[in-house]
Design a protein around this ligand. Structure first.
Ligand code: GRF
Length: 217
């Protein structure tokens, strides 16, 4: 009796990856950088299982849709306050089985419940060298102050705004003729490399937090 043909099965991906939710409010260029890295690097430690936005009609959601990544909107305007909004966000993240939150241009401050439910499991990227220029207008504020150097800070989120333990920073020189758009574009080109690098290290358990200090192994 002739041997039966052996079916060729697709390779099974057995690499453990940390399931992450990426939270967005705008253009989503950092989301795109994370998804590009996930596609390009078979050893990338994280897997985006959810893109969550605080509003409809943003480019970041188009990017999620195009990449075939599940997305949800928890519409800020539908909630009476930050506390109920935060609970809803955390519930959606849980429903998708995400174990960590990656804030990528997310313009809402989450209530302390998020940090309680995901301790040292929420990351943020900020377009300035913290603790200088926290807040929503960091690039504008840095230029107005006249600094010669600004940059990128990736940090863990704690109960205060732009305050948690710093994971990585990189400096960007400010040019004399810089406006907000030009400086922010140079800062973002650093973010697009640095943030996926940090997420990979975090997902692989290489970041260790002791008080305010984060060490890499
Ligand atoms: C980034 O520059 C980030 O630092 C800041 O918001 C910007 C978001 O950009 N928090 P994008 O939506 O990822 O393009």
């Amino acid at each position: 009796m002739p041997a039966l043909p052996v079916p060729t099965l697709p390779p099974v991906d057995v690499t453990p990856r940390l399931a992450i939710a990426v939270l967005v409010s705008g253009s989503g260029s950092n989301l795109a950088a994370i998804l590009d890295r996930q596609t390009a690097d078979a050893a990338f430690g994280a897997r985006v299982v959810l893109v969550l936005a605080d509003r409809h009609g943003i480019k970041a959601l188009d990017r999620a849709e195009a990449a075939g990544v599940p997305w949800e909107v928890v519409n800020w305007g539908d909630y009476p306050d930050r506390i109920t909004f935060t609970s809803a966000v955390c519930d959606v993240v849980d429903r998708y089985g995400a174990e960590a939150l990656v804030l990528a241009g997310f313009m809402r401050v989450l209530a302390p419940e998020a940090v309680e439910r995901f301790p040292h499991r929420i990351l943020n990227t900020h377009p300035a060298l913290l603790p200088a220029f926290p807040g929503a207008h960091a690039v504008r504020d840095a230029l107005a102050y006249g600094v010669k150097v600004s940059g990128v800070t990736v940090h863990f989120v704690d109960e205060q705004v732009d305050h948690g333990p710093i994971i990585a920073q990189e400096a960007v020189a400010v040019h004399e003729d810089d406006g907000v758009t030009a400086l922010h574009a140079r800062i973002q080109s650093i973010e697009h490399r640095l943030y996926p690098e940090v997420i990979d290290a975090f997902a692989k358990g290489r970041l260790h937090v002791g008080g305010r200090k984060v060490t890499w192994s």
